[in-house]
Ligand binder design. Structure first.
Ligand SMILES: [Zn+2]
Length: 340
């Protein structure tokens, strides 16, 4: 197989590797599309620096080219989402059969080799077949929707409750859409007006800019009660302490994202208000739910106007994205066509 690996910051190269099935429960998947998000960009720019050489690529879809004789849910030509999070199988949780709560989850393109390759050989259990009603590009969002569902599980939301979501990148946007699906009322907050405009096109009614009027606006929307909970998405240049102001006393703040930067916050307000703080960085248990959400079109990604770029131009695509990020601009998520 051909793999793409980052040798050092901003240097991407390719390498050939053997790719034979080594057990009859494995399948060999031809990767068709890969999501290019902040995770890949941070690995490329070395901020924070992964252990180089590093194969990026967390979210990928493909089609099975060869399935071992003991495979039961996939066969040749089955379209699949390749799981990004794989339980370690060795920790205490995994050994007691609770691999959903694995303490050492192996995450592709984060702490394990990513999927920027032409083929992925993996155990069949790490693949989820895709129904015809979910396109490859929609399916790339399976892991993001699953993570959003994990956040919502923690919130125990009641119908009509207001939830503030900080950061209107793809994760915050999708969490806000999922909150609507779960009959809550999201208030999506960001400092980037373009992202808020896209979110509005996705059907999110309350979009609020992070300016000096933000708290006032949240108070007005919630009739002075503030939000029952807040969700803070990482890597959006939004202080982790801002949710303490928007959340009602006794409420919850969930920090989420595909990794967290070095960060610090004054927590006196959170302590005074007896807020519960927790975090979600990946999800392994909601993949089937996420595919169903995508099949039901409960999440609309069309307004993201995803650009699809050929993998042959990966170096220049990532280079241009790195330049944008260095100027302090948000880089929209895009898609790599792994067949071109
Ligand atoms: Zn484990």
């Amino acid at each position: 197989m051909k793999i793409w690996k980052i040798l050092s910051p901003k240097v991407l190269t390719t390498e050939e590797r053997p790719d034979n099935l080594t057990s009859d429960t494995q399948a060999k998947v031809k990767v068709t599309q890969l999501l290019l998000s902040g995770t890949e960009l941070r690995a490329f720019t070395g901020n924070p620096k992964p252990k180089y050489p590093f194969i990026p690529g967390r979210f990928a879809v493909g089609v099975v080219g060869e399935a071992g004789s003991a495979c039961v849910k996939v066969e040749k030509n089955t379209r699949v989402f390749i799981h990004d999070s794989i339980p370690c199988g060795e920790c205490e949780r995994c050994l007691t059969g609770d691999s959903d709560s694995c303490r050492n989850m192996q995450i592709a393109g984060v702490n394990a080799e990513g999927y920027m390759r032409d083929f992925v050989v993996t155990e069949e259990e790490n693949l989820s077949p895709l129904p015809p009603g979910v396109s490859d590009t929609e399916a790339l969002f399976t892991g993001i929707v699953a993570t959003g569902e994990a956040v919502i599980d923690l919130l125990h939301i009641s119908k009509g409750s207001h939830i503030a979501v900080f950061g209107a990148g793809e994760l915050g946007n999708i969490i806000a859409q999922l909150l609507i699906y779960h009959q809550a009322v999201p208030i999506l907050i960001d400092n980037d007006e373009e992202r808020l405009r896209i979110a509005a096109q996705c059907g999110i009614y309350y979009t609020v800019k992070t300016d000096e009027h933000m708290l006032e606006t949240v108070e007005r929307i919630t009739g002075g009660r503030l939000t029952a909970a807040s969700v803070h998405c990482s890597y959006n240049n939004i202080s982790p302490a801002i949710p303490f102001d928007t959340t009602a006393p006794g409420g919850m703040v969930v920090y989420t994202g595909f990794g967290f930067p070095e960060t610090s916050a004054q927590i006196k307000t959170a302590l005074d208000k007896q807020l519960t703080l927790t975090s979600v960085a990946n999800d392994y248990s909601n993949i089937a739910t996420a595919i169903n959400v995508l099949l039901n079109k409960a999440v609309n990604i069309a307004p993201l106007h995803l650009q699809i770029k050929p993998v042959s131009e990966a170096q220049s695509v990532l280079g241009a994205a790195a330049d944008e990020a260095e100027k302090g601009n948000n880089v929209p998520v895009s898609v790599l066509n792994m067949l071109a």
